[in-house]
Structure formats: structure tokens, C-alpha cells
Write a protein that binds this ligand. Structure first.
Ligand SMILES: [Zn+2]
Length: 222
């Protein structure tokens, strides 16, 4: 979020910690979806790649091992429903949780971050130039995380969801969608491991205006 977009952990190391998750590659290169140990990347042309090189690096990712799942069967799902009814019903306000949903999604818009070069631009500049892609109707998987506002500096508060179609041709960071019916599962975490890139000089020497960063996150994430 503070503009350190260089990759600091290899995909192989990351996946020691989880078989499912989301992220982005070195330089904010696209949107990553990890499903059952298979890694996919949407790039800023809209193409989706199956990634098998575990030496590629990531500046940001969240992964988890599925366990203690609560099965879900949801009607009329969209962001409004997830933000309000769903968070309330499952008492997510103060916890981290993973959500995985599958089914036919309508009127879906995703965005894909384009790879950036050094010197890395600010979060707001990056957010301005991100292509979006739309499908009227597509079957696939929504996967991602809920982060509570009380820990809002660890990651942006609220939902961070990515999408991957069943045909592996359409993917990205989920901006909007609706779905008549989705099934899947919810996992609430009682523990969070945060990896810090202590060997990375940019991270160690970087100066971050924390108050301004919070403003920028609020603007960029809407
Ligand atoms: Zn994302």
C-alpha cells in the first residue's frame, strides 16, 4: 500500500502457508488467484495465465489452509449483501475470515493492476490507471478475505475478493457482481501470521506517512 511493489517472497515459500488465496506479482503485476495449489494470474490485457514457476515473487498476498469450514448456500449475492447481512449474520466485524463461493455470476466487473516499474508510483496513481473487464454471465469461483476495521492497517478493511472463471479465461480483482445463487464456504481465523520482508532494503529504509497512507487507502479502495 505504501508503494513497495517489489516482490519479497517467492511463490514457493508463500505456498508453504496455504493452498488457497489471492495476491499480486512483482511490480503489482496482475491479480493472482490460488485455488487448491493451482496458481492463476490475470494480466492487464485481460489474459489469464496458469503459473507453475514457484520462483516468481510477490509484494502482497494472503493465503490460508482450508479448515473448519462453514458451508454456505446463498441466494441473491452481491457486495451490498456481503457487506451488510452476511457480515452481521456471521459476526465477522472483528475477525479475519476467508470466503470461497462458486456458481454463475452476472454483471461482473473485475480490475487488473498493470505491472509498474521503478520508481514505483503512489497507490493513488496506480489506482487511476487500472483496466477493468466485464462479463454479463460467467461461471466461476470468488475467493478472498474479510479484514476487520480494528486491524485496518494490516490490510485494507472489508472484503478483498478475486474471481476466476471455471474455463480459466476470465479473472481479476472483484469490483462488482451479482449472483442468483452461490455455494461455498466460510472460514473464520483465530490466528494471523504476517510475513515481514526484513531482508528487503526498500522496506527497511522506506519512510511512510501513516496518516496520509490511510487517506489514500480510503480513496483508492473507495
Ligand atoms: Zn486484489
Amino acid at each position: 500500500m505504501a508503494g513497495n511493489l517489489g516482490g519479497t517472497i517467492s511463490l514457493g515459500d508463500l505456498m508453504q502457508h496455504g493452498s488457497c488465496g489471492i495476491g499480486t506479482f512483482d511490480g503489482l503485476d496482475g491479480e493472482v488467484v490460488i485455488l487448491d495449489n493451482e496458481v492463476y494470474q490475470a494480466d492487464s490485457t485481460g489474459a489469464v495465465h496458469h503459473v507453475t514457476d514457484d520462483q516468481v515473487t510477490l509484494p502482497f498476498a494472503s493465503v490460508h489452509q482450508p479448515a473448519d469450514l462453514t458451508a454456505l448456500s446463498l441466494d441473491r449475492v452481491d457486495f451490498a449483501a456481503l457487506n451488510q447481512d452476511f457480515v452481521a449474520r456471521h459476526e465477522l466485524t472483528n475477525v479475519f475470515a476467508a470466503l470461497r463461493l462458486h456458481g454463475t455470476v452476472e454483471d461482473i466487473t473485475v480490475r487488473v493492476a498493470p505491472k509498474q516499474g521503478r520508481p514505483y508510483p503512489s497507490l493513488l496513481e496506480v489506482a487511476k490507471g487500472q483496466p477493468t473487464f466485464h462479463r454479463d454471465r460467467v461461471s466461476g469461483t470468488i475467493i478472498g478475505y474479510f479484514a476487520p476495521a480494528i486491524f485496518g492497517t494490516v490490510t485494507a478493511a472489508g472484503w478483498h475478493l478475486h474471481f476466476l472463471s471455471d474455463d480459466r479465461q476470465f479473472a481479476g480483482h472483484l469490483l462488482s457482481f451479482s449472483a442468483p445463487h452461490l455455494t461455498g464456504d466460510l472460514q473464520v481465523f483465530d490466528q494471523l501470521d504476517q510475513h515481514f520482508p526484513v531482508a528487503d532494503a526498500e522496506f527497511r529504509r522506506g519512510k511512510v506517512d501513516a496518516a496520509r497512507l490511510q487517506e489514500q487507502i480510503a480513496q483508492a479502495e473507495g
